[in-house]
Design a protein around this ligand. Structure first.
Ligand SMILES: Nc1nc2c(c(=O)[nH]1)N[C@H]1C(S)=C(S)[C@@H](COP(=O)(O)O)O[C@H]1N2
Ligand SMILES: [Mo]
Length: 380
């Protein structure tokens, strides 16, 4: 069986940790001059940290992750829903737009976001914080489409496929699946709009899946087929990639495939966005801003420490709480004179779980969520 490491090289992906400002390829509808490009595969563009100071991430700077690069733009591409259904459906985006619409504000986060922060280093795209963003997604509830098609008893999974093709025949297609129960959840949407604009090609036009709270690999772009079936999807992207140890392992440990499970929801996390690391600011109360979210529960609180973790104070939260939805936080730290300063943030989700000081290391470097510390200088 293909290992994840062999896959990384077979796809021709060097995944150099080098980060460069992207040069604009034509017709992508993304402000690539602003996004940070990660070498290797066709499209790994990260959102610079300073854009996470608000509830919705602008489309023009929204991160892009694609294994093989986008297929041709085809607004007439149809979506087939088949497999264990009474009546298979074929839908164009125009037909989808005529059905009752649903909207959801949700974080799209790549499972590998923060991979570069895991120690020891693991292979893969060396994202720091930029492989995520929050948008208002609009489309049709997948459960409405499945109700139209009539799901048969015994069905338990929905296989997801997009129109993008692997670069060579030996490279497996990007095929994922989600459990039927998750597909039937009212927030799972076949989306055609992002932040009030039609989906761009980079983000999956004409249709993509939105699975709030679950890692980005379930949010299949350029959707062509949803196949209702009894079993999980087969193949590399379900059975080898996107898997986590079933329990905590020592950093650097080898983990047997039998001790791995498919990853689903992303864990609680917060990030300081203002000030940026190394900034110079004037004396006076220091405004700290950031975001907090979890794929498992709404956020209960964010605590900030300006004394390296000795004492913590609650920040003010803004935005609506929700699973897989981020809120912004802010707090003022006293200051009256030039000094080196620092802040650490940690989020607590409603189930009571706190963001861990150090993220749980795992062989593929998924779901980094350690406490975020920022240091800056107050100068005269
Ligand atoms: N068809 C298809 N869908 C895909 C992918 C892909 O390579 N092909 N990448 C997935 C991964 S790993 C992530 S993190 C998200 C990224 O979505 P974005 O590019 O819109 O930010 O898309 C997901 N959907
Ligand atoms: Mo991803």
């Amino acid at each position: 069986m293909l290992t994840r490491r062999a896959w990384l090289s077979s796809a021709g992906a060097v995944f150099a940790p080098k980060v460069a400002l992207a040069t604009p390829p034509s017709g992508r509808g993304v402000e690539v001059e602003t996004l940070l490009r990660f070498g290797g595969t066709p499209q790994n563009l990260a959102t610079p940290l300073q854009y996470f100071d608000r509830l919705l991430t602008p489309n023009s700077v929204f991160f892009v992750r694609s294994h093989f690069g986008p297929p041709a733009l085809d607004p007439s591409r149809q979506l087939v829903i088949d497999g264990m259904v009474e009546k298979p459906l074929t839908l164009s985006v125009d037909e989808l737009r005529r059905l009752p619409a649903a909207s959801v504000t949700a974080v799209l986060q790549c499972a590998g976001n923060g991979r570069a922060l895991h120690a020891p280093r693991v292979p893969g795209v060396q994202w720091t914080h930029g492989a995520m963003g929050q948008a208002l997604w609009k489309g049709v509830r997948l459960r409405d489409l499945l109700a139209k098609a009539g799901v048969k008893a015994d069905a338990a999974h929905v296989q997801l496929a997009g129109a993008d093709l692997p670069p060579k025949p030996q490279v497996p297609a990007f095929t994922r699946s989600i459990p039927l129960a998750r597909a039937l959840s009212p927030d799972t949407i076949v989306a055609y709009e992002m932040n009030g604009e039609p989906l761009s090609l980079a983000h999956g036009a004409p249709m993509r899946l939105v699975v709030p709270g679950w890692a980005g690999d379930h949010w299949v772009k350029w959707l062509t087929r949803l196949r209702v079936q009894r079993e999980e999807a087969e193949g590399f992207f379900m059975q080898t990639a996107y898997r986590m140890p079933t329990s905590v392992v020592a950093p650097g440990a080898a983990v047997a495939p039998a001790d791995m499970r498919s990853l689903t929801t992303f864990p609680v996390k917060s990030l300081i966005v203002t000030p940026l690391e190394g900034e110079r600011r004037s004396p006076g109360e220091q405004l700290i801003k950031g975001i907090a979210f979890s794929g498992e529960a709404p956020i209960e609180a964010v605590e900030v420490s300006s004394d390296e973790g000795k004492t913590w104070r609650r920040a003010k939260l803004e935005g609506e709480p929700g699973v897989g939805r981020w809120q912004t936080f802010s707090i003022l730290i006293p200051n009256s004179a030039p000094a080196p300063m620092s802040a650490i943030a940690r989020a607590i989700e409603r189930a009571g779980r706190m963001q861990p000081q150090h993220a749980a290391w795992n062989p593929s470097g998924y779901f980094w969520n350690g406490w975020h510390r920022v240091a800056w200088e107050v100068t005269a």
